[in-house]
Design a protein around this ligand. Sequence first.
Ligand code: GAL
Length: 666
Amino acid sequence: MTTARRLRLPGIAYGGDYNPEQWPEEVWAEDVRLMREAGVNMVSVGIFSWALMEPGEGRYDFSRMDRLLELLHENGIAADLATPTAAPPAWFFRAHPQALPVDRDGRGLSYGSRQTFCPSSPEYREAALRIARVLGERYADHPAVVMWHIHNEYGCHNAECYCDVSAAAFRRWLRERYGDLATLNDAWGTAFWSQWYYDWDEIIPPRATGAVPNPTHRLDWRRFCSDELLSLYKAERDVLREAAPSIPATTNFMVNFSIEALDYWRWAPELDIVSNDHYLRSTDPESEIDVALSGDLVRSMAGGPWLLMEHSTGAVNWQPVNRAKLPGEMRRNALAHVAHGADGIAFFQWRAAKAGAEQWHSAMLPHAGTDSQIWRDVVQLGADLEALAEVRGSVTHAHVAVVWDWNARWALEQPSQPSGELRFVDLVLDWYRPLWHAGVAVDFVRPDADLSSYRLVLVPSLYLVDDAGAANLTGFAERGGTLAVGFHSGAVDTNCHVRLGGYPGAFRDSLGVRTDELFPLLPGESLALSDGGTASLWSERVRLEGAEAFTSYTSGPLAGTPAVTRHTYGEGTAWYLATRPDPATLAALLARVCDEAGVQPVLTAPVAGVEAVRRNGSDADYLFLIDHGGSGAEVPADGVDLLTGKEVIGSVSVPPGGVAVVRQAR
Ligand code: GAL
């Protein structure tokens, strides 16, 4: 929220997606009464209302929206007004069937759900901008409207369309990137397998093929898909800006979702307010770590506070088995998002639907009504957020940066890698997890970020790195920083071409090592390490070229070969983790690296099971203590616990499964 367009709302925003069109209007009065009871101060409206707002091309009916915004305003509830462009109406597709998407296998998809349109369709763009303009002009001065919620989760269901219109758009994007075919042929390595292109029109999206696709073709396709959706966002945003220059715009990200995810580093600067959606995975035994990672990543992209646009009060409906939240878990999740920088907490959705595709999704007001645990928890959370109002705007100063890059992720997870077992998010989580347990604050950064405020830069996985990113990271170590790099990083350049001369290509010199051959491990296979630990997933034949071996293998074909190395490079230090140590060994190693870099955890003595995060305000600091372990704890602190209002002298009690937020004087 660094731009001039800020959210005109005091304190922490609280609410959810509100879809009153799913209900008769008699219900609305009860909705707003209960919203006030729960302390809701902002709701997102209109997200899926296109068919009702524009019943036919160019014919509008805003009567329902007019009444709704009036009702909200009368009740002191602000509106985050959405452009409804994530769900075009049936009439649109009947008139423009060519705007329906085609999947990778050439299967044309149908309407009848949501987000089933071709992102490159000119007809879709025209219709989306038309409704955005009419909506923007109509409500620009409405006192309830405090933010534009553009579209919904761009790319959630249609990140890729393989139709001919998309193919032409892809070619335009490629012409812009490469200028001429010779450059493209070189970048894509098309001499391989007779893929040489003589005419731009020969180039198509990477549709289903009998054998492995060209990696650079696929990588550019991912870049194009992200940019294509971004251009739709920007076009809607510009239309709204013209209509209402002072209202901030957001669109809700999904930062740690699937491989199709967008390159949000390119998106974030285009948003006035960065917002994100986060859902737990039922099978994740440590989902609190996923919450924290997501929060840190969004905060880093926003460069400060952000909004949690969606999470769930209980179960979702889109996993094979949808787990309800445990007692206190929803409150811990929500307050953990605040701890990691959220200045607003919202849910999908306000009232649980009785019909439609999401009828089994939890909500703030469940099917059971107000005599329910979820409702009581929602009211409690509203009171908590009100008590935390002063936290708004405070920031986190981390001394550790973790490199996160979508290009590297896309490239790593292509087919025909040395190992198909490597998943970018898992590799980052491997390193993030012990830092979380140790209570070390981290930011996420792009490879080419300004690193001058960090003591330690961690690169868990950066298979692809461009020359500027590589120079930035190695320069950080050279100038006195501590850099730690994970295996199979620096391997390829921006075009996915192998960096020759030995691995890990771009980082070889700074790490003081040279690998001539990779020895990935089979699932279940492990190697013994000289420090008593074990290693899995990956190994490689590392030769020391200036570095010292910190740990070596003591079993397997590489016995005696370095597994972890340390190199004094320029004024700094560069570590290489050429394998995946077991969790305890990795935790000890990262603790040592942090120590050497002078990085301190948030609490001098971290408490097992208690997450500790600090936000720094202009006059005070806010120490969030969240007990995920369930035993509660007494944690040294002085100040005031904002959630209980009690003075804290010497130590604060964090109740079992509960949360304390201590305002600490500077
Ligand atoms: C999100 C989406 C919401 C709702 C929610 C259910 O991805 O934005 O509209 O579908 O998932 O969990």
